[in-house]
Design a protein around this ligand. Structure first.
Ligand code: 9UX
Length: 70
C-alpha cells in the first residue's frame, strides 16, 4: 500500500460546522488516514492508502456532504 497526500480546493464552507461535515465525510471513506480541513484556505489535505481510495472517491464524498470541489 502506498500513502498519497493531496489537497483539494473546496467551495461553500462558511463555518466550523461545515469544516466538521467535510472532515467527517472524508474520514468515512475507506483508506483515509488523516484529514485536515481549513476554513481559512478553503481546502482539505488528505492522506490516504491509494489501493483503497482515489482522488475521485474523496471528491465525491465532499460533494455528497453538500460542498463543491473546484
Ligand atoms: Mo454552519 Mo455549514 O451554521 O453547512 S455548518 S454554515
Amino acid at each position: 500500500m502506498t500513502t498519497q497526500t493531496i489537497t483539494l480546493n473546496i467551495q461553500g464552507m462558511t463555518c466550523g460546522g461545515c469544516v466538521k461535515s467535510v472532515t467527517n465525510a472524508l474520514n468515512q471513506v475507506a483508506g483515509v488516514q488523516s484529514v485536515d480541513v481549513s476554513l481559512d484556505h478553503n481546502n482539505a489535505t488528505i492522506s490516504f492508502d491509494d489501493s483503497q481510495a482515489q482522488q475521485n472517491t474523496l471528491k465525491e464524498a465532499i460533494e455528497d456532504a453538500g460542498f463543491d470541489v473546484v
